[in-house]
Design a protein around this ligand. Sequence first.
Ligand code: PGA
Length: 239
Amino acid sequence: MLIAGNWKMFKTPSEAKTFCRSLRESIGDVEGIDIAVCPPYVSLANAIEELAGSGIDVYAQNVHWAENGAFTGEISTGMLTELAAAGSIVGHSERRQYFGETDDTVAKRAKATIDAGLKVIACVGELESERDANETEAVLARQLAPIVQQVGVHERLVIAYEPVWAIGTGKTASPAQAEEAHAFIRGIIDVPLLYGGSVKPDNAGELMSQPNVNGALVGGASLDADTFASLCAAASVVA
Ligand code: PGA
């Protein structure tokens, strides 16, 4: 089981340092699960330094597919490797919604990251209007197709199912809704599957107990070290 905290555009380098120090303490003897944090680029180095030897992985929130080049605002897998980052998230719905990310660019980012020897959390998920129109499965199939084609099953690939209507809204998918989507995704690509969307310490246990849910991608509840640690503890009980 993997519990990954996506900090989004929160925490400066000094805040990352303080957070990681407290996380090491709060996480104490939580065992039996993998834990990761995903700071903004400028805070990666501090997080990696503070978490060295803790077993907690540090991921970026996005990465480009080219080795280098004229791509203002992007960073490469080589840059992450030099920092000793474990990997990167790709295709988060906020990238898709606000920054023009497409199914194909997500797959290109995922492939380059895997090829560079790094780990990938590739995100998929439907909008509320798509769920209401019974298009959830069609959307997931469409988003996954290029990832399946360009990467396929790989030991360093994880898929995160994040229904867009559940992200940052407090509207969590029910355990049954999460399980249904995860089972559908597993039929397309059999890799570890994370659920994301308003996961909190008090709903993590039930969500993580679903047979096809192998972890969580956590936004809001990952920003406070004690809260994130209790969420990890709740997940470790059912791992
Ligand atoms: P949330 O975000 O936990 O704040 O809903 C999840 C995510 O966007 O990864």
